[in-house]
Write a protein that binds this ligand. Structure first.
Ligand SMILES: Cc1cc2nc3c(=O)[nH]c(=O)nc-3n(C[C@H](O)[C@H](O)[C@H](O)COP(=O)(O)O)c2cc1C
Length: 261
């Protein structure tokens, strides 16, 4: 098995939700931000922004808007990763790309769904670079996907313009002393890695894939679920916060409408 420092860092990372009192220095913060900015980016456009939240009140508000997760506000470093086409739109408009398009066989269109997806890819790859860089300095991190909820309030809080979407927030902090690092199990490779084409799992394979998950079923669950799939659905996909995320995601998607300027 190949072993090196990078693979060790990736292998030991866990989502950290409690922090030591040690602050993150500006040198460490710079290293995290610079690593994010070295991430690959479609067409080298860097279709994202990183908003570092310094204001304690804003941290509290974001922790609340992100499905009431109080640990989030305690993180020494909080960065919102924003899918962002606004800068390119403003650049295009400033340089009369619209006029240039007139009479050509292409039109000047506002960013649309495909642009958003590219920007999301950029933002998330940058975020993951930051996570690995942090981990290499013994700084743990946790993604907060709930930043996609409550779109209207988050937009106001962060002053986000139209062609943006906050796609993830990452909170960082030093590991507490002797923190038990127990990497969570993943599905078996054979259910995740295919060769040459997709392999749709049959009933037996689905049973096998979820075998260890199923052991977490509790018959006294509050949702009255009869198995782990029902229990998980009730807790996650069917839960109120997921419905809010779906509503809010539609709010963001509506902004990226590809209208003609
Ligand atoms: C896109 C994304 C969103 C997440 N959102 C949250 C969140 O809102 N709150 C939280 O505590 N953990 C969140 N997590 C962390 C996951 O729960 C965690 O990665 C998963 O349980 C696997 O555990 P591990 O990271 O320790 O391996 C998120 C992770 C990802 C990748």
């Amino acid at each position: 098995m190949i072993k090196n420092d990078v693979l060790d860092v990736i292998g030991q990372r866990i989502s950290l939700r409690a922090y030591s009192d040690e602050p993150i220095t500006s040198e460490e913060e710079n290293a995290i931000v610079n690593a994010a900015m070295r991430a690959p980016t479609a067409g080298n456009q860097m279709l994202y922004s990183m908003i570092i939240i310094r204001d304690a009140k804003k941290k509290e508000l974001l922790a609340e808007l992100c499905d009431h997760q109080p640990f989030v506000a305690k993180a020494p470093l909080m960065i919102v990763f924003v899918a962002d086409f606004q800068k390119w739109v403003d650049y295009y408009i400033k340089n009369d790309v619209k006029g240039f398009c007139e009479g050509k066989d292409f039109q000047f269109e506002a960013p649309q769904e495909s642009d958003l997806l590219l920007a999301i890819e950029d933002a998330m790859i940058a975020a993951q670079n930051s996570v690995i860089a942090a981990e290499s300095m013994n700084i743990g991190s946790c993604y907060i996907g709930d930043i996609m909820e409550n779109g209207e309030q988050i937009k106001e809080c962060l002053q986000l313009p139209q062609y943006t979407m906050p796609i993830s927030m990452v909170v960082y902090g030093h590991y507490p002393a002797n923190y038990p690092r127990l990497p969570k199990a993943r599905f078996d490779k054979k259910f995740v890695v295919f060769e040459d084409s997709y392999h749709r799992l049959n009933d037996e394979e689905i049973d096998e894939m979820f075998q260890s998950q199923n052991q977490h079923y509790r018959s006294d669950n509050s949702a009255g679920a009869k198995n782990y799939a029902q229990m998980f659905y009730a807790r996650k996909t069917g839960a109120k916060f997921c419905k809010e995320m779906a509503r809010s995601a539609r709010f963001w998607l509506k902004q990226w409408d590809g209208r003609l300027f």
